[in-house]
Design a protein around this ligand. Structure first.
Ligand code: SAM
Length: 224
């Protein structure tokens, strides 16, 4: 597929980047050097380019399944012009990290428990449930103990999806692809706890979205 070489627009991302940054600022360390953050499904690349300058001690690694977006991710990266923002790498989060392509100076076979943070914005509802399962499975292997997975998007809570606009959004997603749909936090908690990851905090953000903070609580060695 042809790679776009210019920044692609993402109006929703432009609206949600500041509220997400405010949540990140509560949890991401700003002092200790050498911290590492892996973003899954970076889209056009605007989020990491916006966040990285605020956390110069953290190396931000964007990634995408759709490699035609690499040019846009790189265009945002070049505009941000900060040393702690890497070029994008290809990641299909539904696959185990041990199978990921290692041709990017990031060897995921030897990256077990090497990331302090993982970030995933607006992917779970617009991809098959295997991607949500893969996100927690891979986070349990790639995060250090005490590391955080931060996810953002619309979510249902204990079987209830509100308001009506999110119900309609969920219907439209399922019409586009029956495997898509807004995920319930209780279903996500089941997958997370099976992977040694606990729900730590939930923030209500504008436009009926939430930011969920998950913490890896188990030692890697106890995870099968
Ligand atoms: C709605 S976009 C969100 C992109 C970006 N995070 C944002 O907020 O602008 C959903 C993203 O999920 C990605 N995606 C779909 N399937 C995926 C997979 N198997 N692994 C990783 N990312 C995937 C798509 O390529 C797309 O970039």
């Amino acid at each position: 597929m042809m790679s776009h070489i210019r920044k692609l627009a993402n109006p929703a991302g432009e609206r949600n980047k500041q509220p997400i940054l405010e949540v990140l600022s509560k949890f991401l360390d700003k002092t200790q050097p050498g911290k590492k953050l892996l973003e899954i499904s970076s889209g056009v690349g605007l989020h990491t380019a916006f966040f990285a300058p605020h956390f110069p001690n953290i190396v931000f690694q964007p990634s995408e399944y759709d490699t035609s977006l690499f040019g846009s991710i790189d265009a945002y990266r070049m505009e941000a012009n900060v040393p702690n923002l890497q070029s994008p790498i290809a990641i299909d989060i539904s696959r185990p990290c041990t199978d990921w392509d290692n041709d990017h100076n990031v060897n995921f076979n030897s990256s077990a428990e090497s990331f302090d943070y993982m970030l995933n914005i607006n992917m779970m509802h617009i991809s098959p449930f295997e991607c949500s399962e893969g996100l927690f499975w891979n986070a349990s292997r790639l995060l250090k103990k005490g590391g955080l997975l931060i996810t953002y998007g619309p979510y249902a809570v204990d079987g209830k999806l509100t308001p009506e606009s999110n119900v309609q959004f969920d219907i439209s997603l399922k019409q586009r692809n029956p495997l898509w749909g807004i995920r319930d936090i209780s279903a996500l908690k089941k997958i997370s706890s099976a992977n040694g990851i606990a729900s730590k905090q939930i923030f209500d953000l504008p436009a009926n979205n939430k930011c969920l903070i998950w913490e890896k609580v188990a030692d890697g060695s106890v995870i099968e």
